[in-house]
Design a protein around this ligand. Sequence first.
Ligand code: BES
Ligand code: ZN
Length: 634
Amino acid sequence: MGASPDNSGMKTLFAALALGASVVSAAPADPIVPGRDYHSYADVSAFRVKHLDLDVEASFADKRLSGVADLTVTRVAADATQLTLDTRDLGIRQVWWRKDAATLVPLRFQLGARDSMLGSPLHIEVPAEAGRPEFTVRISYQTRPQASGLQWVDAALTAGKTHPFLFTQSQAIHARSWIPLQDSPQVRLTYNATVHVPKDMRAVMSAQPLDDNNGALAADGVYRFEMPQAIPSYLIALGVGKLEFRATGPRTGVYAESSIVDAAAREFSETEQMIQVSEKLFGPYRWGRYDLLILPPSFPFGGMENPRLSFITPTVIAGDRSLTALIAHELAHSWSGNLVTNATWRDLWLNEGFTVYLQGRIMRAVYGDAREAMEETLDLATLRGELAELPPHDQVLAIDLRNRDPDDAFTQVPYIKGALFVSWLGSRFGVEPVDQFLHDYFDHFQFQSIATEQFRAYLEANLLPRKPGAVTARELDEWMLAPGLPKYAVLPHSDAFELVDSARRDWLAGKLPVSGLPAKQWTTHEWVHFVDGLPKQVPAAKLAELDAAYQLTATGNSEVAFSWLRVAIRNEYAPAWPRLDSYLTSIGRRKLIKPLYEDLMKTPAGAERARAIYARARANYHPIAVNTLDAIVR
Ligand code: BES
Ligand code: ZN
């Protein structure tokens, strides 16, 4: 791993902070170098990839992408001769240097040993005469069926069940499993792509489609794209399926299979309104269109903020727009994350924490205070649950991920603790000044990738002077580098949930019949809070009574079902077993299935059930989910 920080001044300036970080770190004693990417083989002080020209064909029969990647590379160090790229499970056929428009010169290359976390470095010998400051290498390659960033979904597991589906998930370090490149969030590149797919299918990417075909399928199955803004590799994305499109506004729409496209368009019809709110608060939306791609249920995340085209789980199409915070979240990444990007995975909280904060600002404007208060309160409960289980070194915002797979360190800490940090700034400086500060921050660092320490320096120079003494350096240290939540954190509160709490209490105490619960007005949020707040043990009769009155086992709402199934597992409530089985075999969203498997594994009978279900479900889960679950279901 030869990556070195861009800015060596930062190194000394923040050595003290880094030392602070190592106090709560489990791993190596040597201090973290802020801004250094420990998850890439690339040496960004030698070369930097600045543009990708991709030409690949998707073969569903052998589950491979195959083609060429032309990389335009800047020589950063004049004497550099070895270009090292990241790959994982790629078959590299040939590498050339494009000497001029007509001449390809074969280059010597070598694929290094495979590391289970990082993959294999691809070392390419670059001739000293190769163009300065820039040159182009061509790599001919193909992916393997097990590529960690691709899921080849069988037709049977799609909405329409007639055509297969392919989608990529590049964050955090999976782009290297389908494109050879410098797979580091501090390397930004533009890209062009040509994608060949079966003639009755459509390809979409995190880029602008070049030939529109007036919305029709391309007769030759060839789709071309251009991404003119420089983005990190983890935002390069491709989806291929039997896709239709519905516009939901002048610059928004959804791509989905025909049987769900109308429901999706209805569910997400407020997207344009969300963009307008965001622009007012945080500056112009800089990416042109904003569309959504609805994926098969095996998508391992809720959403992924691929620029111009967020990838979305179908499990949020609840029918009542109650789970649209996910859209606000992925949209918000168009500022926090895609415009200003974490320089390393240690800095993920700059992406996710700020995004959860922005999401809250958007949701408050679109749906009002009461709903946002409920969502924040639910989030806090989830965070608290995790903090109770996580070792201290995993509770810090700027987390030490050296020698760890960033996928495994995925917790609510960068999200909810990160957002609480920004809200806390609001409590000290005022919400409006903080929004304005963020607006300026996005302008200042636009199209750059930054580390925690750069954010902190910007904060100290631009927000703190507005109200000297409002926050102390010690407090900032505690937020960014210490475990847990500072005791002065300002926590959300929901009045609506107080009513739910008292109704729950009365019902449990036998003072209120189940029919007397004020549940008629309850939305997803109240139900999740009600169910999550049930005691550890609830008598079977009580559960049955609740279930009979409100059809909780049968609910179509993926979040309510999730909460209910956790209660069912804890209490061995057998009537929920068939639903548990169908839930775990039809949904692959990691956040919704991982805790269920973990809960099951706590008892011998549950573990047996978990193993039996997992044996059937595993083949249909995404590689990222499999990687997580293999360590849980044993
Ligand atoms: N960018 C994330 C997903 C991600 C993070 C993938 C890190 C790989 C590594 C996405 O924006 C996200 O946070 N999704 C959440 C949404 C939720 C917080 C509203 C999810 O998938 O649950
Ligand atoms: Zn996110």
